[in-house]
Ligand binder design. Structure first.
Ligand code: SF4
Length: 517
């Protein structure tokens, strides 16, 4: 019943859509135990794509049968048992690699089909799941990593995120969406969840209702990156905390029933919002939700880009949260075990993941802060990173990603270290590297975005190269960065960036940021 409008509204479904109607993506969870017994060769090639609904992509080359797995971590909040479980999976099956993504999820690599039942069991035991981490479905819900402890939040969003996440997680009424569907819910006044780049986002707001000031949310729809980036637009509605789930269901229903399913590259919600306009979208929304009050007052004071370095006071007296840099989001399993031990010993065991690919240890009493900071693991995972490694973000790249055109993660780390060795700046410059236009590394919102391409040269033939983009931000409603002329051979990239940043340093005012420049 849920999908009857899919046919009615889209008479020319593309091949992927026809396949999705034949078999729901979430059904792959039922097949995995059998494939695990019979081996990778028993999986028909036409089923490979369905593994996305279980959070699994085949690594490069696909025929080798190694999977990348993404685990959902709503709002990036992990308890100690969950963190240790994830560390164990990385150690036992993932060759020790533990990646934090730009949407607060965790990624493993090198997994094999035979290992999946045990991995799923381990995750289930601690309340984690891969359902919805990939595929045409509601993805991991991005939120305020400081939810519940944040002096800069107007509402504790922990329960709301959990409720919405659990509603959509294994829900076959919403597991066949036209394309991936990204949601953020945050009441942090510094836009900790990057609201403008999501399909739907809930942002902090207030309104006087029946003579009483009421805290709640505004709703943005139609944002997204990739090769046709859009900033989300604000609907003229005000939503109380207890209405968030119903509004999320209504927007997702509109996307499911009216989202485009003819051309994959036009299927994201952003295209429907752009074509309908925000007024028509609101009318359709109200048909499903019933009346909602009009907008109130936005409570946004700026954008922190997901960075929380250093020791900070929590809402709760005597407790602190401590923000650490994880260079390009990559940890070893041993480091994760050690961080879990330290979080247990000095805090309450929790660790929180940021969309800047970094982490936070919360709930550390004043008297424990010094001892925690002297732990050996925090020599590399530091609270005071150098300017470039501390603000560099990278997607997965050719190392594991099938869509990648160039190598990214290790390259971004090397380049950031080179910049830190050659240049000192009085302000951070956020550099994001991506290996293709899909922009998992959110290139468009970086001060400097680096997008991989292939380039033909006279002497070396085809080489890896980069386009350089400058001036992206989500400050003041947001602006995507713009491409500089030309492209740069990957081998020359560090030197070109030193030149560009030296020019910035020599011509800017003291304290002037890349954005203000
Ligand atoms: Fe792969 Fe492209 Fe995403 Fe990078 S941006 S992880 S290369 S799909």
């Amino acid at each position: 019943m849920a999908y009857e409008k899919v046919w009615a509204n889209n008479p020319n479904l593309n091949k992927t859509e026809l396949k999705k109607l034949e078999k729901d993506g979430l059904k792959i969870f039922e097949d995995i135990p059998r494939y695990a017994k019979e081996g990778f060769a028993s999986i028909p090639q036409e089923e490979w794509d369905l593994f996305k609904w279980a959070g699994l992509y085949l690594q490069k080359p696909k025929e080798a049968g190694y999977f990348m797995m993404r685990v959902c971590v709503p709002s990036g909040i992990l308890n100690n048992e969950q963190l240790e479980t994830l560390a164990g999976i990385a150690r036992d099956y993932g060759r020790g690699v533990f990646d934090i993504t730009t949407r607060q999820a965790v990624q493993f690599h090198w997994l094999q089909i035979e290992q999946l039942p045990d991995i799923f069991d381990r995750l289930k035991r601690v309340g984690l799941s891969t359902a919805g981490a990939c595929g045409d479905i509601t993805r991991n819900i991005v939120g305020n990593p400081l939810a519940g402890i944040d002096p800069n939040e107007i509402i504790d969003t922990t329960g709301i995120v959990r409720e919405v996440y659990e509603f959509f997680q294994y829900n076959e009424d919403f597991s066949n969406l036209p394309r991936k569907y990204k949601m953020s819910i945050s009441a942090n006044v510094y836009n900790a969840a990057n609201a403008e780049i999501h399909c739907i986002s809930f942002t902090p707001a207030k309104k006087v209702i029946d003579g009483k000031e009421t805290l709640g949310f505004h709703v943005k729809v139609g944002g997204g990156l990739s090769s046709a980036p859009y900033l989300a637009q604000t609907l003229d509605v005000f939503v109380k905390p207890e209405q968030v789930k119903d509004v999320a269901i209504a927007v997702t229903t509109i996307f499911r029933d009216y989202g485009y399913r003819e051309k994959r590259h036009r299927s994201r919600l952003k295209f429907l919002v752009a074509d309908w306009g925000i007024e028509k979208f609101k009318e359709k929304l109200l048909e499903l939700t019933g009346p909602l009050p009009s907008k109130g007052e936005d409570i946004q004071k700026g954008w922190n880009a997901g960075y929380f370095y250093g020791v900070h006071r929590q809402k709760q007296e005597g407790l602190n949260y401590i923000g650490f840099n994880v260079p390009v989001g990559r940890l070893s399993a041993d480091e994760v075990f050690e961080i879990a031990r330290v979080a247990r010993q000095y805090g309450n065991g929790e660790v929180r993941l940021c969309n800047s690919q970094n982490l936070i240890i919360p709930n550390v009493p004043d008297e424990n802060v010094d001892a925690l900071l002297h732990e050996k693991v925090f020599e590399r995972i530091t609270i005071q990173p150098k300017s470039f490694i501390g603000y560099s973000v990278s997607c997965t790249g050719t190392e594991y990603c099938n869509l990648a055109i160039v190598e990214t993660k290790e390259r971004m780390r090397r380049i950031a270290e080179y910049l830190d060795d050659h240049l000192e700046l009085d302000v951070p410059v956020r550099i994001h590297m991506v290996g293709c236009p899909n922009s998992c590394g959110q290139r468009q919102i970086a001060d400097i975005g680096l997008q991989g391409i292939k380039m033909k040269t006279k002497d070396k033939g085809m080489v890896e190269a980069f386009e350089i983009y400058v001036g992206g931000t989500l400050q003041n409603g947001g602006k995507f960065n713009e491409k500089l002329k030309g492209k740069v051979d990957a081998e020359q990239l560090s030197k070109v960036l030193v030149k560009l940043l030296t020019y910035f340093k020599e011509t800017k005012q003291q304290g002037e940021t890349f954005l203000d420049y």
